[in-house]
Design a protein around this ligand. Structure first.
Ligand SMILES: C[S@@+](CC[C@H](N)C(=O)[O-])C[C@H]1O[C@@H](n2cnc3c(N)ncnc32)[C@H](O)[C@@H]1O
Length: 259
């Protein structure tokens, strides 16, 4: 149903994940650079561009957006503890982190050339209000980039088979591509891109397991302690036995242009 998120309980990043998120979800600099080039293909050519990283978390992408596009870039994030980490670990002269949320962005009308939602859209409790707000803060012709998982395109992550119920939980957590497009196309945007890049798994499997154990993955918030303990024990056993299969996954993003 439009406007409402799933029946799953919301993930509160002030309670969960904030401590391990930056380490657990760290990306190689080349991966960040790859995303900047990929996003540049959909953004206007002039520089500087003003950006909003909506649901910026610990600022994984915010400084890179400022470097790539000039800025200023505003990291808008509701969880104070995620913002605190961003301010320490992801400071940048052209970046400001702001308390706010998708349906209440603390910036004036027409403030930005682009809005990036990187794995944050599924957390917005009122997606219709969020998209209206994104429309308000973008300049005419501005771009909204939605990096998300989609219900019918749940990636077969390298860890998926160790946490079998995660598939069903993610299907409840994420919108379909058609639903996501409708949120935007009903509110003054047109879809101008849909990309499905392949995301390589880092080479060091033991490190990948250690990072996963920090549990900075939303789906784990909806699983029982027993399921998680069992899954991680099976992963450890597979790692020791050399049977853990590295497998790249895909990560979709849609791009919308404001009217
Ligand atoms: C999976 S994290 C992604 C963080 C960052 N974009 C990244 O890729 O590292 C999801 C973030 O969305 C934030 N979030 C939750 N509800 C939100 C809302 N209503 N508006 C904006 N951000 C929200 C969370 O607090 C969290 O920091």
């Amino acid at each position: 149903m439009q406007g409402q998120s799933t029946a799953l309980k919301p993930v509160d990043y002030d309670q969960a994940q904030h401590a391990g998120y930056a380490k657990a979800r760290a990306l190689q600099p080349r991966a960040i650079a790859w995303y900047m080039d990929a996003f540049a293909a959909y953004l206007p050519p002039e520089r500087p561009l003003v950006g909003i990283d909506l649901g910026s978390g610990t600022g994984r992408f915010t400084p890179a957006l400022a470097d790539a596009f000039g800025g200023p870039v505003y990291g808008v994030e509701p969880a104070a503890r995620m913002r605190e980490t961003a301010e320490v670990k992801s400071a940048h002269p052209a970046v400001r982190y702001l308390a706010g949320h998708a349906a209440g962005i603390p910036l004036p009308d027409g403030a930005a050339d682009f809005v990036l939602m990187f794995l944050s859209f599924h957390h917005y409790p009122d997606r219709e209000a969020a998209v209206r707000e994104i429309h308000r803060v973008l300049k005419p012709g501005g771009r909204a980039i939605l990096r998300s998982t989609f219900r019918e395109r749940i990636p077969n992550h390298w860890w998926r088979s160790y946490f079998p119920r995660s598939q069903q939980i993610e299907e409840a957590m994420f919108p379909s591509v058609a639903e996501a497009r409708l949120y935007f196309e009903d509110r003054g945007f047109r879809t101008i891109g849909w990309e499905t890049p392949t995301i390589p798994l880092e080479n060091d499997l033991a490190n990948a397991v250690e990072k996963l154990k920090l549990r900075a993955v939303s789906v784990f918030e909806h699983m029982s302690e027993d399921e998680l303990t069992e899954g991680f024990a099976a992963l450890d056993a597979a790692l020791s036995a050399g049977t853990l299969e590295p497998r790249p996954t895909t990560g979709d993003y849609l791009v919308f242009a404001r009217d």
